[in-house]
Design a protein around this ligand. Structure first.
Ligand SMILES: [Ca+2]
Length: 139
């Protein structure tokens, strides 16, 4: 598994942290993110580098996706990885809910094809007709 890939579990945690920074219109600015980034204990220079990498469109703000990338870079740096000069493509891959990395890809077991398409089947529906309860009459 690619270590730079953001897993759905990580993304969920990033989303929580992102929300805790009270984003405005889905974005946090540098000031809002700074306090959080400093908590990592990384050097300001390193954090600036991370910000530069993660702020994909360079607008000085971070949406959840960019924030998630910043968090991932911090985690990787703290784990002992060197920051890449450019973002690895895998970090940009949106987390796939339901699976990559959680378990080996299994073929989805298709539901058994039990639908018998018979024209006459329509008539069977009458059996399930709901008993309509008349509104209670107040006596
Ligand atoms: Ca941005």
């Amino acid at each position: 598994m690619d270590p730079w890939m953001i897993t759905p579990v990580e993304r969920a945690r990033h989303a929580e942290q992102f929300a805790s920074l009270s984003p405005a219109n889905g974005m946090v600015n540098g000031a809002q993110a700074k306090g959080f980034l400093m908590q990592s204990g990384l050097q300001p220079m390193v954090l600036a580098q991370i910000w530069g990498l993660a702020d994909l469109n360079g607008d000085g703000q971070m949406d959840l996706n960019e924030f998630s990338i910043a968090c991932k870079l911090i985690t990787m740096k703290l784990t002992g990885f060197e920051l890449p000069p450019q973002l690895p493509p895998s970090i940009l891959t949106p987390p796939q809910m339901g699976g990559v990395g959680m378990m080996p890809q299994q073929p989805v077991v298709a539901a058994a094809p039990m639908q018998m398409q018979q024209p006459g089947m329509m008539g069977e529906c009458t059996g399930s007709r709901a008993h309509y309860n008349a509104p209670l009459t107040v006596r």
